[in-house]
Design a protein around this ligand. Structure first.
Ligand code: 4AD
Ligand code: MG
Length: 432
């Protein structure tokens, strides 16, 4: 056969032509006419094999296709009379790869089973849609920062010290240097970069030994972390909001099919693209939470439930800022107006999703940081290099981290973060 090989996504431009597509059989229905739903990663196409058009051997093969076998189908591209979508009127089929007893059948499966079979579950239409949206978000993030003149400054994964507290570190032996830790955040490595590049970002995997099993926590997740010289708390909220909007714009522009596979209600996304985000101090947020029925006390960090309660009551993303120092990281700038507070800001996503961004202004005083390092029980020698940022041309600076999987979970409106990564890592999940 010498018909052109095309991808499913290109079929719209091939109406009336004879072409070959290659892919995997999602589903095959047999009656007099045989219907094969084929998937090649770029899209889904219905192939129709009827005895009149199809050669006899292929017609017979179409009657005994198994789920997930690989196939090349050649035929005429036409539009489906009702839906208007392209379909393939099959003339010839070639079996490219057999598949026997594919474990994930169209019936309902339990989540544990699906997680064990993650490498096969990726083939489902739902996972296809989610992970294509993840890709679009990651690309939109890079395009945003590249377009804003940020320099990509990759942060190391193996690090000597903690950034976000010592209770969630994964440790490993590092030759004679002792213990190394998987990075919790690239932030400490962005800050020295400012004096060289002005505005930097890193975007890579980060790790937290989170022992809790929640629908928001992974042990390995991707974070984008911009850092800006001469920036303050206010700039973090402005930059974070602009970045979120550019992500939403991209997804709404290019991922309509995937959003519709997920039956995502577009209203809240469109609204988050156009409205100004709300802002509330931590102190006001605590008061609001208590009105909403939470028993949170001033000084306590939000629990997952608090974030859900707060964000179910909001019609737009919310910046919460100025948190008690006591539960925030050591590097935060204290609030000059209230010594109990740190100049941090978190962005909480609506529809009950909660924190997607964490960031703020960084402490500028060397003495204050030294006090913090000792107060947090950290080893000063591990941070001497970081303290140099304040010793040689220290200036105010600020930044934030957006968790990619949290963003995907909200944008796709998923009940759990486990479906947002190709191979998610959580407590109790190390395979496949
Ligand atoms: O709020 P976090 O801990 O902030 C930092 O790590 C800062 N050093 C970032 C910075 O300012 N450069 O984490 C930032 C974001 C959170 O808002 C959340 O979206 C995500 O990272 N995140 C997680 N995502 C999934 N699973 C986890 N266990 C996460 N922990 C944090
Ligand atoms: Mg946080």
């Amino acid at each position: 056969m010498s018909s052109p090989l095309v991808e499913v996504r290109q079929l719209r431009d091939r109406i009336g032509q004879i072409v070959t597509v290659r892919g995997w059989v999602r589903n095959a229905r047999t009656s007099k006419t045989r219907f094969i739903e084929l998937r090649d990663g770029s899209g889904f196409i219905q192939c129709v094999a009827g005895a009149e058009v199809c050669d006899p051997e292929s017609y017979e093969m179409a009657g005994r296709l198994t789920q997930e076998c690989a196939l090349a189908a050649t035929g005429l591209v036409q539009t489906h009379p009702r839906s208007g979508a392209p379909e393939l009127l099959v003339q010839h089929l070639e079996l490219l790869g057999e598949s026997r007893d594919f474990p994930i059948t169209p019936k309902e499966h339990g989540i544990e089973f699906l997680m064990e079979k993650r490498h096969l579950w990726l083939r489902s239409k739902r996972q296809w849609a989610i992970l294509r949206i993840r890709h679009a978000i990651a690309k939109a993030i890079r395009d945003f920062f590249d377009g804003e003149g940020f320099t990509l400054l990759d942060a190391p994964i193996l690090t000597p010290s903690a950034c976000e507290g010592t209770s969630t570190l994964f440790a490993t032996e590092y030759f004679h240097e002792g213990q190394a830790f998987l990075s919790q955040s690239g932030q400490l490595y962005q800050e020295p970069g400012l004096a060289a590049f002005g505005k930097t970002y890193c975007f890579g995997p980060t790790f937290r030994a989170e022992k809790s099993k929640t629908r928001r926590h992974l042990t390995e997740f991707w974070m984008v972390e911009p850092e800006v010289a001469f920036a303050h708390l206010e700039d973090v909220m402005v930059l974070g909001e602009r970045m979120m909007k550019s992500i939403l714009e991209r997804v709404l522009e290019t991922k309509r099919e995937e959003l519709s596979v997920l039956e995502r209600d577009l209203g809240p996304l469109e609204s988050a693209l156009s409205v100004e985000y709300a802002r509330m101090t931590y102190t006001d947020a605590v008061a609001r939470l208590r009105e909403l029925g939470s028993d949170i006390q001033w000084g306590e960090d939000f629990g997952n439930d608090d974030e859900t309660i707060l964000m179910n009551a909001m019609d737009r993303p919310l910046w919460v800022h100025r948190f008690p120092k006591a539960f925030k990281a050591f590097y935060m700038e204290p609030d000059p107006e209230d010594d109990r507070l740190a100049l941090g800001a978190d962005l909480l996503a609506p529809e009950g999703y909660g924190e997607v961004i964490g960031g703020g202004e960084r402490a500028s005083s060397l003495d204050y940081l030294l006090g913090q390092i000792s107060h947090h029980g950290l080893n000063r020698a591990d941070y001497e290099w970081y303290l140099d940022v304040r010793r040689y041309g220290g200036v105010p600076h600020a930044g934030f981290g957006l968790g990619l999987e949290r963003a995907v979970a909200w944008i796709c409106k998923l009940p759990h973060v486990r479906e947002t990564a190709p191979y998610p890592r959580m407590m109790g999940t190390l395979r496949p």
